[in-house]
Ligand binder design. Structure first.
Ligand SMILES: Nc1ncnc2c1ncn2[C@@H]1O[C@H](COP(=O)(O)OP(=O)(O)O)[C@@H](O)[C@H]1O
Ligand SMILES: [Mg+2]
Length: 260
């Protein structure tokens, strides 16, 4: 699905990503963790063709960057993140925002017909947000807005779905609703591969079988989630003593104050 080899990115003489070697295989779903500024969004922007690496090779969905048409590739990738959030017209209705996903645009400038409107209904139904149809985006709660943006990203049945901190600022119930919807989605046939950025270990449900830890633009560790999320590993990763516990199938990470 994704193959990054020796990818680096420099902007304004700042090294943002270095020596990124990362493969995502079909059927895997990854969590990306790392402190603010560690390069998570930059990495995902490279994968979705929105930013260029300074060096290295990038292959996504079987297409090698440099020899493929990026706009065609972008149509196969769904993407939700704060940059999109900031661009949305708050006065647009939810269904028009979702419809715009078909055209990969902010706002609608192309002709559409019944089949596109049916697609909107189908995806709203799939995410249980039919009751939001016709509502202005700004009248929706933050959790509802995120579901609208996820619906927008899903409308063209992407093969890869990038969720960059989709649960930021959401209460635990809204967060669980999003996680439930993603779990539902993953369980379906022809489900997209999901890349999910979070700061909260509690959001790492078993569906995220792999985890990538990014630190200062470098991969600190990657692999099966259960191997990566250990007390020893995360304490080194954060340069602080932390404890990693599991409660049921959920992770719990907390500072170990006894060790200072
Ligand atoms: N175009 C750019 N020019 C200069 N610095 C950038 C640019 N894009 C990102 N950065 C910097 O790169 C670092 C990584 O950013 P980002 O990928 O957004 O991190 P994260 O998503 O992990 O919080 C930050 O220090 C950010 O300020
Ligand atoms: Mg980010």
């Amino acid at each position: 699905m994704i193959n990054l080899a020796d990818v680096s990115m420099v902007r304004d003489s700042k090294q943002i990503l270095s020596d990124i070697n990362w493969q995502v295989k079909p059927g895997q779903h990854w969590v990306l963790m790392g402190l603010n500024g560690s390069g998570k969004s930059s990495l995902l922007n490279i994968i979705s063709g929105q930013q260029w690496p300074t060096s290295g090779t990038v292959e996504v969905l079987g297409e090698r960057f440099g020899s493929t048409k990026i706009p065609n590739l972008r149509k196969r990738i769904g993407w939700v993140g704060s940059v999109l959030n900031a661009k949305i017209n708050q006065f647009d209705t939810t269904d028009r925002i979702i419809l715009s996903g078909i055209f990969n645009s902010i706002g609608i400038y192309q002709e559409y017909g019944q089949s596109e409107l049916d697609q909107v209904d189908e995806v709203m139904n799939r995410l249980n947000i039919t009751h939001l149809k016709g509502r202005k985006y700004l009248t929706c709660s933050q959790g509802q807005q995120q579901l609208v943006l996820i619906a927008r990203s899903l409308i063209s049945n992407p093969e890869l779905l990038i969720l960059d901190e989709p649960c930021n600022g959401l209460d635990i119930f809204a967060t669980e609703q999003i996680l439930d919807q993603v779990a539902d989605l993953i369980s379906q046939e022809n489900a997209p591969t999901v890349l999910y950025v979070t700061h909260q270990a509690s959001e790492i449900t078993p569906m995220f079988d792999h985890t990538l830890l990014l630190k200062d633009g470098l991969i600190f560790d990657q692999g099966e989630t259960s191997q990566v999320l250990t007390t020893e590993n995360l304490s080194l990763f954060y340069d602080h003593s932390v404890n990693v516990d599991k409660h049921g199938n959920r992770y719990l990470v907390y500072l170990d104050h006894s060790k200072g």
